[in-house]
Design a protein around this ligand. Structure first.
Ligand code: GTP
Ligand code: MG
Length: 259
């Protein structure tokens, strides 16, 4: 057991070890905005050629950078599909990629793995065409592994797994809403990157130009009227507002990591 991780995430990892032998394929669900931070080297090693990389949330990432990430994983020898599971874009291609792996009459056993809140249950629901698994916009929603069958596919939804304790402190993962870390730290980290000239984030927050480094959060708090009693900027409120807007795509499409 790894210390410092929530209980069901540890159990999730043990369950995967148990199921790995019976699985024919593993969908490793990555967030297209941060494919490197959401990559799981242990899962990749365990499943190797059985791995199919899913670049999800393509609707929130920069298309050209997503193409580069797709190439990157292909060059490493992995099968890759780019999807937006929320609207269902390109899910058909993912289903066909899975069906092409079916051999004879035996069902293909597929697990959906990835960090919490990457969209695993949404992908499963899309693949099977109904709401079999609960979906919510917060990490830790799926509590235990669950098998669902559709045609010749037997799909296992799993609880999101944080494989490294460092992930819990990674500002990128916190900015994406995949782990619950210090939101002020995550918002500051994010704003330094996205409050650049011509950024849609500037327009969204009513700023004329990028604030000085270190003053981003307080400038936004002032422009949005997020103030505490006495008129001081409410930085905690501003951090929540910034992260929510970013995670909902209101600040434009961003890819935070380069291939
Ligand atoms: N914009 C966008 N949102 C998505 C996409 N896929 C999933 N979501 C949203 O992301 C949130 C999390 O989705 P889930 O399917 O519950 O994520 P999960 O990986 O199963 O989460 P856990 O069970 O907690 O590990 C939900 O609000 C989904 O609607 C996508 O491609 N684009
Ligand atoms: Mg889930």
């Amino acid at each position: 057991m790894q210390r410092g991780l929530p209980g069901h995430m540890q159990k999730g990892r043990l369950a995967i070890a148990k199921y790995a032998k019976v699985l024919d394929c593993c969908l490793l669900v990555l967030d297209s905005r941060a494919p490197c931070s959401t990559w799981d080297p242990k899962v990749a090693k365990r499943f190797s050629r059985k791995l199919l990389v899913v670049l999800n949330r393509a609707d929130l990432a920069e298309p050209e950078k997503t193409r580069r990430w797709e190439e990157h994983f292909k060059e490493k020898g992995y099968a890759v599909e780019v999807v937006d599971a929320k609207s269902g874009t390109d899910i058909m291609r993912l289903r066909q990629a899975l069906e092409s792996r079916v051999k004879g009459t035996k069902p293909l056993r597929v697990a959906v793995l990835g960090l919490p809140n990457t969209g695993k249950s949404t992908i499963l629901n899309r693949l099977i065409g109904r709401r079999a698994s609960r979906v919510e916009n917060r990490p830790g929603v799926t509590r235990g592994p669950q098998w669902v069958r559709v045609g010749k596919l037997e799909i296992l939804d799993t609880p999101g797994i944080v494989s490294k304790k460092a992930d819990l402190e990674n500002p990128i993962l916190a900015a994406l809403g995949l782990v619950a870390a210090d939101s002020q730290m995550a918002a500051e980290w994010l704003l330094e990157r996205i409050l650049i000239p011509n950024s849609p984030a500037l327009t969204y927050f009513g700023l004329q130009e990028p604030p000085k480094q270190g003053e981003e959060l307080s400038e936004i708090a002032k422009s949005q009227g997020w103030l505490r009693q006495g008129g001081q900027p409410d930085l905690a409120r501003a951090a929540q507002g910034v992260l929510a807007a970013f995670q909902n795509g209101k600040l434009g499409r961003w890819t935070l990591e380069e291939a």
